[in-house]
Ligand binder design. Structure first.
Ligand code: SF4
Ligand code: SF4
Length: 243
């Protein structure tokens, strides 16, 4: 999809500007225009019908066009990646799927944010840094469709110039990988031109304590625990065991 503004009918009123989360719309001489490189095709400006003259147009593009991966930013869009959303559901429902076992920690790195966005070249800086530590990325995550070589964390050459609103890198690792993983992410943070947040997912131990808290405090990282319990969504698919 390509979002454009019809120059002949746009009055330059500027009403569409605040709707663009990444500042891709600007006012030119008498009319507004969309910077195609910055636009992540979230379609907010189209969906809210903000333009009084109907000048904002979204045009479909071929599915195999590298630009189609920008639609990963649209949570309703599954065509570009074959998977809905930007990450897996499991990241929020570990109590059902048991993806993260005892002695393990799940990592969820969200690269980019609404209002910021991220380039896929920057995604590769993060995924290659993690791959060097032997990290195995979570399958069934839309981000995986952007990689040509998941073992080395390489992004497909044809999409490396594309941008997305945000993308989620997920993986599970033994607890003793916390320090090297956070060290690699801290280094990568200085090399990318966007922001990212890092979430850690763990099981509480038998007495209700969060097992990674001590490690994070030793690293000088403040902990802000957050939990989500899903009731009645299904039976656990996992067997409780040490790994
Ligand atoms: S589709 Fe989204 S990113 Fe593109 S111009 Fe509209 S609001 Fe901005
Ligand atoms: S809201 Fe419509 S008419 Fe106004 S600047 Fe945007 S595109 Fe042009």
């Amino acid at each position: 999809m390509v979002v454009e503004i019809v120059q002949d009918t746009c009055t330059g009123c500027g009403e569409c500007l605040p709707f663009c989360t990444v500042g891709a719309i600007s006012l030119g001489e008498g009319a507004a225009k969309v910077d195609a490189d910055l636009c992540v095709e979230c379609r907010l400006c189209v969906r809210f019908s903000v333009c009084p003259t109907g000048s904002i147009r979204a045009t479909e593009i071929e599915e195999h066009d590298p630009r189609s991966v920008r639609r990963i930013s649209d949570p309703t869009m599954v065509k570009a990646t074959g998977l809905p959303g930007r990450g897996t559901e499991e990241v929020k429902t570990n109590d059902v799927t048991g993806r993260v076992g005892l002695g393990q920690v799940g990592f969820c790195v969200e690269l980019g944010r609404p209002g910021v966005s991220a380039s896929l070249a920057d995604l590769e800086k993060v995924t290659t840094a993690l791959s060097r530590l032997g990290v195995k990325f979570q399958r069934d995550n839309p981000m995986m469709t952007l990689l040509s070589d998941p073992e080395r964390g390489l992004v497909r050459d044809e999409v490396k110039g594309e941008r997305v609103l945000s993308t989620l890198v997920e993986f599970v690792a033994p607890v003793d990988m916390i320090e090297p993983v956070l060290g690699a992410l801290k280094k990568a943070a200085g090399e990318v031109d966007t922001v990212f947040s890092v979430g850690l997912i763990t099981r509480v131990d038998g007495d209700g304590r969060i097992p990674v808290t001590g490690t994070l405090e030793e690293l000088g990282i403040p902990v802000r625990p957050n939990s989500k319990v899903n009731l009645g969504l299904g039976r656990p698919l996992f067997e409780e065991r040490e790994v």
